[in-house]
Design a protein around this ligand. Structure first.
Ligand code: F6P
Length: 366
């Protein structure tokens, strides 16, 4: 027997459609299948540090009806790394250091035997570090970027692609009406999954992804070639992390205390300016930004989140601590947090996304 009677659940890092569906599955499985108590820890690792009111009991009633809700009922933070944390000490002085012991102490105080931690690379890096300190943890892979290694898909990705695709559909009609090029900037950090997937689904003329540095002249040529055959508008999807062959990524801001302080953004405007000049069509840029993270999860994400949440509890009860739930093909599995962290997945240059794009002569800027 695992000896586990009470578990904690926490969401950390950037929010993502499907978080509530995972929380719901964790609570329902833990209570109904295993007779456990569940405690929700609010505001990610900050709540773990603060303890007290940040720890809330979760019962079936609390998760009723949340499967379709975006965001997270437990709130989140993408800044608080307890292994390198800025806090105010008992003398009112600002300090920075490792306060992870306080997190472990708060778990013990609350009688929490094990944790389900839902997050991306930054969140799961801390989960790994708490795991090394002896906390019993199962991670659940969350991110719209789909860039976590060891799993085919992270929940939230499908919804982000659906949102971006719907936007591309809307931008198509206005681009066509005004004979314009519209550059659509999507999220994804250093991976081009959202960009290539939504460009394929939205029938875009070009997709620029971080994995394939682009030559802007190639994009202009593709737009001009389409014009020569009578198409007087173009849709260009660009990943926020895309970069030119001879240049670098565009950074929008630096966020202190974040596991990855760099925030990308702004490449869309750069490309729009260049294309207007080179392709001879009026150009506009639309940055989809956080719309891709908000709102109702797709049916696929709700199902994946439910499978992940339920399986995370099963793994805890089977003593498989220190692992992250994975999906390979149709099958759930698990991979050690030690092996998952810091190995972000990228779009393969000769993989099926790129092959499909090339097959329909979508310009990839190379
Ligand atoms: O990792 C998810 C993500 O939405 C990225 O696609 C994006 O670069 C980043 O988070 C934005 O972070 P923030 O919410 O801090 O602006």
């Amino acid at each position: 027997m695992s000896g586990i009677k009470k578990i904690g659940v926490m969401t950390a890092g950037g929010d993502c459609p499907g978080l509530n569906a995972v929380i719901r599955a964790v609570v329902k499985t833990a209570i109904q299948e295993y007779g456990l108590e569940v405690v929700g820890i609010k505001h990610g690792y900050r709540g773990l540090y603060l303890g007290g009111d940040e720890f809330v009991p979760l019962c079936l009633h609390d998760v009723s009806g949340i499967i379709s809700r975006g965001g997270t009922i437990l709130y989140s933070s993408n800044k608080d790394n307890l292994f390198d944390y800025t806090y105010v000490d008992e003398h009112g002085r600002q300090q920075r250091g490792d306060v992870s012991d306080k997190g472990v102490e708060n778990l013990e105080k609350a009688g929490i035997d094990a944790m389900v931690i839902i997050g991306g690379d930054g969140t799961l890096t801390s989960a790994r570090d708490f795991s090394r300190k002896g906390v019993k943890i199962i991670g659940v892979p969350k991110t719209i970027d789909n860039d976590l290694s060891s799993t085919d898909t992270t929940f939230g990705f499908d919804t982000a692609v659906a949102t971006a695709t719907e936007s591309i559909d809307r931008l198509r009609t206005t681009a066509e009406s005004h004979s314009r090029i519209i550059v659509v900037e999507v999220m994804g950090r250093y991976a081009g999954f959202i960009a290539i997937a939504s460009a394929l689904a939205g029938g875009a003329d070009a997709a620029l992804i971080p994995e394939i540095p682009y030559d802007i002249n190639k994009v202009a040529e593709a737009v001009k070639a389409n014009r020569a055959r009578g198409k007087n508008f173009a849709l260009v999807v660009v990943a926020e992390g895309a970069k030119p062959k001879d240049g670098d990524i565009v950074i929008s801001k630096i966020v202190e205390n974040s596991p990855d302080p760099i925030r990308l953004g702004g490449i869309g405007e750069v490309i729009a300016g260049q294309l207007e000049h080179l392709a001879g069509l009026e150009c506009r840029a639309t940055i989809l930004g956080h719309t891709q993270r908000g709102g109702t999860p797709t049916a696929n994400d709700r199902i994946l989140s439910t499978r992940y949440g339920a399986y995370a509890v099963e793994l805890l009860m089977n003593g498989k601590f220190g692992n992250m739930v994975t999906l390979n093909g149709a099958d759930l599995g698990y991979a050690s947090l030690e092996n998952v962290i810091g190995k972000n997945k990228a779009v393969e240059k000769d993989g099926y996304w790129v092959k499909a794009a090339r097959a329909v002569h979508m310009c990839l800027g190379d």
